[in-house]
Structure formats: C-alpha cells, structure tokens
Design a protein around this ligand. Structure first.
Ligand SMILES: [Zn+2]
Ligand SMILES: [Zn+2]
Length: 820
C-alpha cells in the first residue's frame, strides 16, 4: 500500500516552502529571456469567487510553463482598490473605506495564496495606498503639463442614490448599474483627458496580437467617419445665426433631403419653434431629458419627434425643408443636427413613413424603373433628381457635390469621431485626489510635484450629501496658493479608478521605487508579453491603458507605444446555465473546494471544463472526476517507484514492441501538451495528460516494459503536470527520489523521430477480394480507417452503383467492404 494523497497537507507545506525560498521572486539581472505574464488585477470586493480563479489559474499555468521553458517570468498580482463599493460600505456600515478595503485585501490575498500561483508577492501593488496614488497624482500633473488634461462644464449621468457621476457604460437602460436608481442628467465643471487626440492611433493595432473582436470594438468606439459638413440657410429674420450645419458621409444624396432633425438640446430650438408649437416641443424636450444617451440611441426604440413649425433652405436646390426635433439626435455627437434623406437611410426612411414625409429617390438603384422604394436604398448608384449632377455615379458624386459646396462656401470636407474625451472627475472620497488648487488671483494652479501626495484625510465624514466628502473637510479644502501664497481651495473631486489601472503594470516592474513612478526596470520588463482578462474591458480599461502609454511615450517617459503585446480573453464560468451572481445565490467560492479536494483539483478542473476562451459550466461531478484522476495518478507514481525500489529484481519479460509503444506515447504526449499550452488549449492538454496516465498504468500492470522506459515516462508525466497541479507534482517529484524543486526543471523536449507513428499496411477488400493496400499510422481509429478505405479511387471503382451492406474492420490489418 502506498501513502494516501492528502492535498490539504501537501499544498500548505509547499506553499510555505516556496515562499520561504522565494522560489518565484524574479530579478532583472538574469541571463534568461524575460517574459511578463499579467492577469488583470481584481477589484477588492471582499471574496474571490470561482470566476476569479477561472481568470487566474490558467494564466498561472501558462506562466509556469514559460518558466520551465527557460524564461525569466514576472507574474505579479495586486489589487484595484479605489472605487464606489468601499465608500458605500463606509456609509452603510460605518467602516472607513481604507479599513474595509484592506480587510478585503487580506482575505483575497489569503485566497490567492491558496491557489499556489507563482505570483511574486514582493511586487504587490495596492492602488489605494499613498505610495501608489502619489504617482497617480503625478501622472495627472504630467498629462496637465502636456495639455492633455483640461477642465470643462459638461452634462453628466447622475445617480441620485449613489450620489455620483456615472460613465455611459454604467447606465443600463436609464438605470444605475450599481444600485438600480433612475439616472438623471446634470451639468458640472469637471476634468477631462484629451483622449480624442489619439483617436486615429487608437484605431490601429499594429504589431500587437489581439483578438479580432476587441480590435473591432475599439475601432467602433472611436467611430471615425470621413464626410462633408454642409450648412442649410435659415429664413427667419432677427436670428444671429444664419445657418445650421450638418455632417454627412453621403453628400451625393443632398438633393434628397426632405426634412431636418435637430437634437432637442440644440441651442436654436427655442428660437426657431413657432409659438403654436411651443407646448408640444417643450413637452417632448422634458421627456427626452429623462432618457440616457444609450436609450436614445437604442436601435430597438421606435424613433419619434416633433415638427417645430419652421423651415430651412437646402442651398443646392433652394427647397424649403421642415425642421423637426428628435431624441435620436444628440447634441454631443457631431453638430447636433442631421439632414433627413429617407430614400437612402434606413432610420430616415422609418421616420418619414411614420410622419408621412416625402421620400425622394436621388440615387438610382441599378434596375430602378422610377417607382417608389419599399425600403431605403443605401448602396451606391447613379445620381438622379439632382440638377447638374444627374448621371454621376455615387462615388464621383460625393466628390463633385463636395467640391461644389466648398467652392460656394456652403460646406467643407471633414472627419468626425464618435469618441469623446475621457471624463475623469468623480464626486467621491475614495479615489486618488486630483492635485489642483483654485486661487482667486492665479486661477487654476497645479500642486507642485514636491508637495505630492495630496493625501486623503483619514477623518472625512461620510454622508450621502451628493458631493465629495472632501468638500466638507475644512483642513483639506483650505490651502495656500503655491504661486502667490494667498488663501486658495483644493479640488475636491477624485479621479476615475480607471486612471489607477491605466499604469499599474508599470509599477510592478519597480514597486519599491520611491523617487519616481517607475525606474529603468520598466525598460527590461515592458511591454507585457501576455495580458489575460475579460473581454468586457475592451472599450474601458484596455482602451484607457493604451491611451495612457501613448501619452507617456510622447512625453518621452517610456519607449514603447503599446502596453500589451498579446491579449487573450477568457470566457465566463456559469452555474446551472446562469451567470453567477449574489442575487441569484449561485456564487461558487473556491475555498470549500480547495479544503475538500485541493487547489490542484480546482485548477485542473477549471482548465478541463471547456476551451478557455469560451468558458463553461461549473459542475460538482466534473470536479470529482478530476480529483479521482489526480488520485489515480498519485497511486500510479508511487506504485511504479516503490515496485522498482523495493523489488529491484525485474523478473518480467520485456516486450520490445510495448517498450517502443510507451516511448512513442511519451514523446507524442510531450508534443501534444506543449503545443496545447502554447495555444492556451488547456482542456485538450488535460485530456492528453489523463489519457497518458491511463496508458502508463496499463504498461505498469502489464509488467512488460523496462524500468528505464517506465520511470522516464513517469518523470515526463510529473513534469508535464507541474504547471497544472504544482503541489502534487512537487510532492511526487520528491517522493520518487528527485531533487527539489520540480519547478526549476527544464520543460521536457520531444524527439520527432521517436514521436512518429508506427506505420502499418492496411489491406482493403471488396467482397473479400484484394483491391488496395494503404500505409497508415498504427494509431488510426476504426472510423478513420473505414473513411480512408472508402475514399480510395481503386476501391471506389468497385463500389459504383452498388449498395454497401457492411464494412468489416480488423484492427491494424484490413477493411472488407461487403456490397450487393
Ligand atoms: Zn446608483
Ligand atoms: Zn494665487
């Protein structure tokens, strides 16, 4: 009887030993090539659920694999620690956000340690600590100096319950993502980062290996359109403005304009509305104010609007065009006005049908007979009903109309973007303070660098007042102006937490540097070689981090322009076909499984459950199966070892054929596991290890393989298992007489020659008569052998017009097709 597998005991033991030996701490003076493997750091919510492990365990396996392949691997971990929940906890439970956050950090760090990852904890980063946010503030000053930070009044999504500004993405169908309250709009003086300066560059993903869908999402987020801005003349006397501007990518359709739509907030609406329309228009504006931009732009929502009673002039044909307002037009996008061309735009077509507005074809489809359209024709065609431009193809028409508008001073070619600047002000306490001072004499004055950090006062009072608690903290607010020395006030808003996460990966490279945000070690480690995390960060964190690095590059602070060379997005773990959530009560915590089956079983199961990028369903019987495999593997290893040690006289017959087969199997498994790990196909990697375990067990039971081949196969299995089940592999490595540590061993190499399949000659018969011979690998399955046989030309000739009754297969020897 061999010793029993006891994960609880061995996992704790090895975690402690690895920590004591600083096994996974890395330095920069290492001759090996560097590899920076980064997993998105978790928010300090309190507990890790199995979804966190799903993000972290496979990426740790990959990092361990790279380490055994001979790389100097940095795999750090930290905590994204500022943000709303901590402050809400402070309000509701009377705990200081710092206390609440650090309690959560302690718990999460304990959970993470139980996973047995190679995190270099000496490089831990916690964004709410002043030694970190001091540099977040410093970066703000750098962006300000570079002209990339500015202050402006802007309408914001305001959650009356959370008492804070929300990003558009945090508003779900008009309601707060966090608390569910209805969101309203408000104007506030706030700080922005000029991310739009980098719009074109952010659309490019040159030289980086990112998933196509993330690149598409980022390009759509920038939303670049090339077109022409043109103006329509106003006919009202007594109005200063003489025109309304619109942007179009299809100036060739301008003769088809039959209405104009303004955003309800457009400054001219009040001036242009006829008295008899006033009540209706004001009512519509009030209704649209209660909606968020996302709702207003929703494609599901039926578009509606109100005619305000006045007209503008289409300068190309002198026609009067009625002016409407509709909430699908936003003042903050483009000019806040759009021309309605119902014949050639789907949305305009629906609007015209709804309100019985004329639909005039000006771009003829190829086979158009001059009749009415059933739907908008949005493709290129030939210009008709367009005066001097008739007969021009659309593409030429776009240029000709644009030239004509420019020549007359009625328009100009231009490029527009959907992307807007990054609003970073948050009216909250729990964030990095914005290091700016307002002086009645000098205006806006940045805090001098040597005065950083602007510390968050510890004794702020947390009341749901609607403004930052810092605003009511006299000692914080009142300061002296660094320029004139007179009394001045501090900015009391704090920064969006996405600012903290835009540079944390730089800090890991030099976490102990106290004279700068980072030092030369950044040159060694950055950019990140492999970044893994959820796809939901496509247009927020991943976008902001790219902007940040490009801005730093232009300031000469870093010498690269992309932070993450390769990006990989894992899928989501679901439970009973549903997403995990506290409200559903279906959250799986790793702790109970770790204490019952061991961290190695949880790690291996998460990789086995589904292709990593797809995600899969958590299932208790699935993890039991994995646990049984690890137990079998444990017993197998110890039985092989003890058999050959206690009973060194090998009395069985060694069969050359079985000997060769196990050697081939060993090399094929190395190849398969290596290739799968390189492509992050963890589920098929685990399947290959399971299959190899069974076959190795068969070879042991058969007692017909030499000690050397059997123990080499076993050693290989332990090494291939080491990234997935690091504790189990370490323990077995030691118990089978090897030197500590398995994790410092080289990754096994395969020999193509030894891995090559043995070939056999398969005889193919039709009704018992020899028709063909095929050379095939010995490992071929019955299904494959039948298929190959039936597709041979020589065989097909005898199958024509005949019915196949059955196909007989004798493994490794023949296929006989019986026909009638
Ligand atoms: Zn809320
Ligand atoms: Zn001053």
């Amino acid at each position: 009887m061999v010793a029993k597998y006891n994960p609880q005991e061995i996992e704790k033991k090895w975690q402690q030993r690895w920590a004591e030996d600083k096994l996974y701490e890395v330095t920069e003076d290492d001759p090996k090539p560097k590899w920076y493997a980064l997993t998105m750091f978790p928010y300090t919510s309190g507990d890790l659920h199995i979804g966190h492990w799903y993000a972290m365990a496979p990426s740790d396996v990959h990092a361990r694999f790279k380490r055994m392949q001979g790389y100097n691997v940095l795999h750090p971990m930290g905590f994204d620690a500022f943000g709303l929940p901590a402050e809400n906890a402070a309000i509701s439970r009377g705990i200081h956000p710092f206390t609440w956050t650090m309690q959560n950090v302690d718990n999460m760090r304990r959970q993470l340690r139980s996973m047995g990852a190679i995190y270099d904890w000496s490089r831990e980063v916690i964004t709410c600590q002043s030694e970190y946010y001091k540099w977040t503030e410093w970066f703000f000053l750098k962006l300000y100096e570079a002209g990339l930070a500015y202050r402006a009044k802007a309408p914001v999504n305001w959650c009356p319950r959370c008492q804070t500004v929300l990003a558009n993405e945090q508003v779900i169908e008009g309601f707060c993502e966090r608390c569910g309250a209805a969101v309203i709009r408000r104007d506030l003086e706030q700080w922005f980062f000029r991310i739009t300066k980098y719009a074109d560059e952010l659309m490019e993903h040159e030289g980086i290996n990112w998933p196509e869908r993330i690149k598409i999402m980022q390009r759509n987020w920038v939303g670049k359109s090339i077109g022409t801005e043109l103006s329509f003349a106003l006919e009202q006397p007594g109005i200063d403005e003489k025109k309304i501007r619109v942007f179009t990518t299809r100036p060739d359709t301008t003769f088809g304009v039959t209405f104009m739509v303004l955003a309800p907030e457009h400054p001219l609406v009040a001036k242009l509305t006829l008295p008899e329309k006033k009540a209706e228009v004001e009512d519509y504006i009030a209704r649209s104010r209660r909606q968020t931009e996302i709702e207003r732009l929703s494609t599901e929502k039926e578009k509606d609007g109100v005619f305000i009673g006045t007209y503008v002039i289409n300068r190309l044909n002198g026609e009067r065009v009625p002016v409407w307002i509709a909430d699908y037009v936003l003042l903050s996008y483009g000019t806040g006005a759009v021309m309605g061309v119902p014949a050639h735009d789907e949305r305009d077509f629906a609007f015209a049908k709804k309100y019985d507005l004329p639909i005039r074809v000006v771009i003829a489809p190829p086979d158009w007979q001059g009749g009415e359209l059933d739907e908008a024709y949005t493709e290129p065609g030939t210009m008709v009903n367009s005066g001097q431009f008739n007969g021009l193809p659309s593409q030429q028409g776009i240029e000709a109309v644009s030239d004509f508008l420019e020549k007359n001073g009625w328009g100009k070619r231009t490029i527009t973007y959907r992307l807007r600047d990054w609003l970073i002000s948050r009216q909250r306490y729990w964030g990095a303070p914005i290091p700016m001072i307002y002086c009645p004499d000098c205006g806006v004055v940045p805090v001098p660098e040597e005065d950083l950090p602007v510390l968050l006062p510890e004794d702020a009072e947390f009341k749901p007042t609607g403004e930052s608690p810092l605003k009511y903290h006299e000692q914080f607010v009142n300061t002296t102006c660094p320029r004139c020395g007179g009394p001045a006030k501090r900015e009391t808003d704090t920064m969006d937490t996405f600012m903290c996460s835009s540079w944390y990966f730089l800090r890991y490279a030099s976490p102990d540097c106290d004279t700068a945000a980072f030092d030369d070690r950044v040159r060694y480690w950055l950019p990140v070689d492999l970044y893994t995390g959820g796809a939901e960060h496509a247009v927020m964190h991943l976008f902001y981090a790219r902007f940040f690095i490009k801005a730093l590059r232009d300031m000469g602070l870093v010498d690269f322009g992309e932070p993450f060379t390769r990006l990989f997005n894992q899928g989501i773990i679901i439970v009973e076909r549903q997403k995990m959530s506290k409200s559903r009560g279906n959250v799986i915590t790793p702790d109970e499984y770790v204490s019952e089956l061991g961290a190695d079983a949880v790690r291996a199961y998460l990789m086995f459950v589904a292709p990593w990028e797809q995600g899969g369903e958590w299932n208790d019987s699935g993890i039991s199966g994995i646990s049984r495999w690890l137990n079998r593997l444990w017993n197998l290893a110890l039985e092989i070892y003890e058999h050959y040690n206690k009973d060194p006289i090998v009395h069985e017959e060694i069969t050359q054929k079985l000997e060769r087969a196990l050697l081939r199997d060993t090399h094929q498994t190395i190849r398969k596991v290596t290739e799968d790990l390189e492509k992050m196909r963890f589920n098929t990697m685990i399947a290959a290890l399971m299959g190899f375990t069974s076959r190795l067990n068969g070879a042991r039971e058969g007692r017909s393989v030499s000690k050397g081949t059997l123990t080499r196969a076993l050693d290989t299995l332990m090494l291939l298992l080491a990234p997935t089940a690091p504790h189990l592999a370490e323990e077995l490595w030691q118990r089978t007489g090897h030197e500590y540590s398995i994790h410092n061993q080289n990754w096994p190499q395969w020999d193509e020659e030894l891995a090559r399949d043995e070939q056999i000659t398969l005889v193919v018969q039709v009704n018992g008569k020899l028709r063909d011979r095929i050379i095939i690998p010995v490992s071929i399955t019955e299904e494959e052998a039948r298929q190959i046989a039936l597709e041979r030309e020589k065989v097909k000739a005898y199958l024509e017009d005949r019915e196949i009754i059955k196909v007989i297969y004798v493994p490794g020897r023949l296929v006989n097709v019986v026909v009638r």
